[in-house]
Design a protein around this ligand. Structure first.
Ligand SMILES: [Fe+2]
Length: 447
């Protein structure tokens, strides 16, 4: 079903009429299903931010044994004080897949790289890498702490949710919000990035003077239709990520037993190739906010807990302009990943499946090679980023790197990409004392 944030209504075609009409919670539901509401916002949120769905299911989700701490070792963490802060520019080589003789599913392969904030206070952000090679078997995960935005870099994800199924290929993303149970099947080595926000849900950015259309258009977001299985098993593991820890509860049936649902709180996917890019047609390099796909806003107007930004294939036509990204320092944290191709500002060293982090106020920009090329390039209309998709998770929070992030695949030589930057200042400045007026010197270039 298409459309961002719509009020959807869907029934598995095997059970027509499964949705009650005229009310949400009848004395007896059609097909003797249980009615269950999943709230994604406070009951009293204003209409424009109120999120909830009604699920009509074979058994209510309360039917499980008590949760216990998951004893398996996990690299999911929100402990931000374990390593000393590090303001350096960081780059990671592509992360390794599990060994061939190891079986690792999506949950087991999730590793926190960096983040900030606290799920108990519902404020913060967490960035993960996942690497896995096995489907989750009789196992689902739900996140009590926030929403997941998943960016597959290699390997298709077959995502089964309580709301239905989604196939998420490379160059697509999906969002699975707080509380939704999901299972991920993979076909071989799979790798990608996950952004988690604790504060609220992702929305489409306001378009301002751009107008009513452009960037990620609402109709290009897709939500699954209802699908259920009536499957009893000896033990089905329900994993809850709760206050940054994993818990497990067993039940004797599949949780994907929702025959019909309606509401505006549902998972969705988006194909990044549908992004309608806007950019300058005169001069200068625009700020990357023009490439925002989704944003999770803070309470401060215009300030994001996290933006999901992409750098899609497009035309570069700016006149009199250094066309790559400008050198800069930012009051936001910038985590970048590469899905495929090569990123224009750093063609060497930043590879698909790797990432970079430019922390708050840490300077960064094009490497020396890129600067030389772009400063001397003949400016004709030119394709940029063909066959490439880089992205950024940009956050107003100052992120800490975990011990796992500091110890795995770190490129210690990253800083050297800027070291060949030369002084180009072309020298002779003639100051004429006769031109001094009111203490100001008039400066004139001689060459
Ligand atoms: Fe930047």
């Amino acid at each position: 079903m298409s459309g961002f944030g719509n009020e959807f209504a869907t029934e598995d075609p095997r059970c027509p009429g499964a949705l009650p009409q005229g009310q949400n919670n009848p004395k007896k539901c059609p097909y003797d299903l249980y009615a269950e509401q999943l709230s994604g916002s406070a009951f009293t949120c204003p209409r424009e931010t109120n999120k909830r769905s009604w699920l009509y299911r074979i058994r209510p989700s309360v039917l499980h044994e008590p949760f216990k701490r998951l004893e398996e070792k996990t690299l999911i963490t929100h402990k931000w004080e374990e390593d000393h802060p590090n303001p350096n520019q960081m780059r990671w080589h592509p992360f390794d897949f599990p060994d061939k003789n190891e079986s690792v599913d999506f949950v087991q392969g999730l590793k926190t790289v960096c983040g900030a904030g606290e799920p108990k206070a519902r404020h913060g952000v967490c960035i993960y890498i996942y690497t896995c090679n096995k489907s989750m078997e009789n196992k689902c995960l739900y996140n009590s702490d926030g929403d997941f935005l998943i960016v597959p870099q290699q390997g298709t994800l077959l995502v089964t949710t309580e709301f239905g199924k989604m196939r998420v290929d490379q160059n697509e993303i999906c969002v699975i919000q707080q509380g939704m149970r999901f299972n991920i099947e993979v076909e071989g080595d799979s790798r990608g990035y996950v952004l988690e926000v604790f504060d609220g849900h992702f929305t489409l950015p306001n378009l301002g003077p751009i107008g009513a259309n452009g960037l990620a258009n609402p109709r290009d977001f897709e939500t699954p239709v209802a699908w259920y299985e009536d499957r009893d098993v000896a033990s089905y593991e329900v994993i809850s990520k709760y206050q940054g820890h994993l818990f497990i509860a067993c039940q004797k049936h599949s949780p994907f037993d929702v025959v019909a649902w309606h509401g505006n709180y549902a998972p969705y996917k988006y194909n990044l190739s549908n992004f309608v890019t806007v950019n300058t047609v005169s001069v200068d390099h625009m700020d990357p906010s023009i490439f925002t796909v989704l944003t999770c806003q803070s309470l401060r107007p215009g300030v994001a807990i996290a933006d999901f930004v992409i750098f899609p294939p497009r035309w570069g036509v700016a006149d009199k302009t250094f066309r790559p990204p400008y050198y800069h320092r930012n009051c936001m944290s910038e985590f970048m990943g590469l899905i495929h191709g090569s990123y224009e500002a750093k063609e060497e060293g930043f590879r698909p499946g790797g990432c970079t982090l430019h922390s708050m106020m840490t300077p960064h920009g094009p490497d020396a090679d890129c600067f030389e090329k772009a400063s001397n390039a003949e400016l004709k209309p030119q394709r940029v980023a063909d066959n490439t998709m880089a992205f950024m998770f940009e956050s107003s929070l100052s992120m800490a790197i975990t011990p796992w992030g500091n110890q795995n695949k770190v490129d210690d030589k990253y800083f050297t990409c800027w070291q060949p930057l030369k002084k180009h200042f072309n020298g002779a400045i003639k100051r004429s004392s006769s031109q001094l007026t009111n203490g100001m010197s008039k400066v004139e270039r001689t060459c």
